[in-house]
Design a protein around this ligand. Sequence first.
Ligand SMILES: [Zn+2]
Length: 167
Amino acid sequence: MTNVSVTLSGLDADWAKACRNAVTRLNFLFKQNGIAVVLSAGGSKGPTITVSTDPGIKGDAVHGRTSAESDGANRLIQAKVGLPEKVTINTPQGVRKAGTGILEIIAAHEFVHALGQAEHSSHLMAQTFYKEPGDNAAGDKLKAGGVKLPPLLLAPDTVDTLKGIWS
Ligand SMILES: [Zn+2]
């Protein structure tokens, strides 16, 4: 079992909450699927994922930016994850900030890139997401193919990829 520290650097309250939720949910899915890695928000042991917002990423983007350094077995040494400063969503009542559920999916997507899945596939690791506003921010979703997230789900190929690296 490898412990990976997730360092939240200067994030606002919404992003910090979303990242912590992503860590909790990913750890649950990793355990359920026999992926031998545990993320630890605020931890200091093991490889580190440093998360911060990046003013260079546009607010209407539903993607962050990850650069990861890995060893020969594709295991993370250290990664930097950049997140958009503010994510907005169009609703019939106008533009507002997207809910933390959407932020959780964006963060988790980048964490899985950092843990070794380079290619896009489906579910959490889809290439393209469409924003679907809820009646309020808590109901906001990202849609990819026929899947709406949250809840955060890992496609079988993502489980296989991560299992192959973290076993
Ligand atoms: Zn991606």
